[in-house]
Write a protein that binds this ligand. Structure first.
Ligand code: FAD
Ligand code: SF4
Ligand code: SF4
Length: 467
């Protein structure tokens, strides 16, 4: 019998979005997501490869062709079941996962310039479920093992460990320092990229599975790791990298200079944009400069624009090619009128007589030879000094782990960068019965890498607990 040849459809379906003029002044999610018709059409592009290379790029091992086939067959309920089997945060990953570097870059259609939109389809399936009145049935939970696991931090790493181990029948408690669970998903990534109702829903799902969450609980202060080890059979540390870096230039302590953490936490967790209906105010600024070029910097700049700033700058010392942010977010920022001051280095912040920032002294840069990171090193151009008038600055150049757990756990091996050292294949730390993963191990990275690390650690914890 003659073999039927697959037709290749290279028209990757776009996702409808709010227009830049409208969205620049609201906090509503930018992208609307696929309609059923668009999702089915996009899913039908998948070639259902016998050897799906896309799966090699997914740290949580989602059965990508299978969930996409269910969408193509309009069996949306089945598709979300397949997704949830491996990923307890599909609505989150479908939105913020750097798909273009993970699963989509490995899709066979990538070489032809139009990989299947795996992330958008994942988002579609999760949103479809949310639109239905109820939740799809909960997965089966194995009989109780009587073992107790404590998890420090409720970000993507901790949540993945919790979601995996509860299904194995272990008793799970998460300890979270803040008054709301979700880690960066809750306090960092803004509403217009990741609506908080979605994060809450995913956390509620975990609670329905039986995970207990203790909020306002700082491990290292309320109780130490050693004290918790007396109550638990195993501990997982997923406390992230929430300590902001500063530029260490003169003037950084002026009024109107924020760390990205403070700025975004005021907005997302404390709902500063809703003041006085919320209790935490945030000042409206007219000319705002954001230092940095990653996702965090884009989030700060786009937030400042939505708060009503007339001009918002991204000040970055390399060129557009080296911006570490996702291309999609750079394009969104450009569409919203954010001004990119590239190849620019801030060297000094000057204030007015009242102690508020009024301008930034900058140097123009050019790109030299590659440095140890492989990116071309920025080199100052002599005599290129200029001044940028602003009334606020946000420093978004990176984070490292908060040292509280390291300082209160003497026998935990810590790297020079302040991260916890682990065995890569298991997530085991130097301390017996303690595992770690996510940003606390890698330094600031991505949601899906944190989740992947959570999966590895959960597997190892389960192996040890089940003897
Ligand atoms: P976190 O999400 O940081 O969670 C750690 C949790 O532990 C926090 O809730 C913290 O309060 C809690 N904690 C800390 N110390 C203690 C303690 N002593 N006791 C109890 N609890 C404690 N990644 C992407 O993939 N895509 C993006 O688009 C993206 N955008 C981002 C935008 C912003 C603004 C930021 C800040 C990050 C972004 N990231 C993005 C990175 C991503 O969010 C992180 O890599 C990821 O959240 C790390 O997960 P985690 O579980 O390791 O830590
Ligand atoms: Fe791709 Fe991320 Fe979804 Fe995995 S979780 S399939 S890497 S979008
Ligand atoms: Fe489908 Fe691309 Fe994965 Fe092949 S590699 S199964 S086409 S998503």
């Amino acid at each position: 019998m003659e073999k039927k040849k697959k037709i290749i459809d290279l028209e990757r379906r776009d996702m409808p979005k709010q227009s830049p003029e409208i969205r620049r002044s609201n906090f509503i999610e930018v992208a609307f997501g696929y309609s059923e018709e668009l999702a089915v059409a996009e899913a039908k592009r998948c070639l259902q490869c016998k050897k799906p290379f896309c799966m090699d790029g997914c740290p949580v091992e989602i059965s990508i062709p299978a969930f996409i086939k269910s969408i193509a067959d309009r069996n949306f309920e089945e598709s979300i079941k397949i997704l949830k089997n491996k990923n307890c945060l599909p609505a989150v990953c479908g939105r913020v996962c750097p798909q273009e570097e993970q699963c989509e870059i490995r899709c066979v259609l990538e070489k032809k310039g139009a990989p299947v939109a795996i992330g958008r389809l994942e988002r579609f399936a999760a949103d479809w479920e949310a639109r239905q009145s109820g939740e799809s049935e909960l997965p089966e939970i194995k009989p109780s093992t009587g073992k107790r696991v404590g998890i420090i931090g409720s970000g993507p790493a901790g949540v993945t460990v919790a979601g995996d181990l509860i299904l194995e029948g272990h008793e799970i408690t998460i300890y979270e320092a803040l008054h709301e669970a979700g880690g960066v998903l809750t306090y960092g990534i803004p509403e217009f990229r990741l609506p908080k109702a979605i994060v809450r829903r995913e956390i509620e799902y975990l609670k329905k599975l039986g995970v207990q969450i203790k909020l306002d609980y700082i491990v290292g202060k309320t109780k130490t790791i050693d004290e918790l080890l007396k109550e638990y059979d195993a501990l997982f540390v997923g406390s992230g990298a929430g300590l902001p870096w500063f530029l260490n230039i003169p003037g950084e302590n002026l009024n109107g200079v924020y760390s990205a953490n403070e700025y975004l936490t005021r907005m997302n967790l404390m709902k500063g944009f809703d003041f006085p209906d919320s209790t935490t105010p945030i000042k409206k600024h007219d000319r705002v400069a954001v230092f940095g070029g990653g996702n965090v910097a884009m989030d700060c700049a786009r937030t400042a624009a939505r708060l009503g700033a007339d001009e918002v700058y991204i000040v970055y010392r390399r060129s557009r090619n080296e911006l570490p942010a996702r291309l999609e977010e750079v394009e969104n920022a450009e569409e919203e009128g954010i001004i990119f001051k590239l190849l620019t280095l801030p060297v000094k912040l000057n204030g007015n007589d009242d102690g508020w920032i009024k301008e930034i002294e900058c140097l123009q840069m050019r790109l030299g030879e590659p440095d140890e990171s492989g990116r071309r090193r920025p080199v100052p151009i002599e005599g290129s000094e200029f001044v940028l008038p602003v009334d606020a600055c946000i420093v978004a150049i990176g984070n490292s782990p908060n040292p509280i757990i390291a300082e209160t756990t003497p026998d935990l091996k810590i790297s020079k960068r302040g991260t916890i050292e682990v065995e890569e294949e298991t997530g085991k730390t130097s301390k017996d019965r303690v595992w770690a993963g996510g940003d606390i191990v890698t330094g600031a990275a991505t949601v899906i890498l944190a989740m992947g690390a959570g999966r590895v650690a959960a597997r190892s914890i389960h192996e040890v607990l089940s003897g």
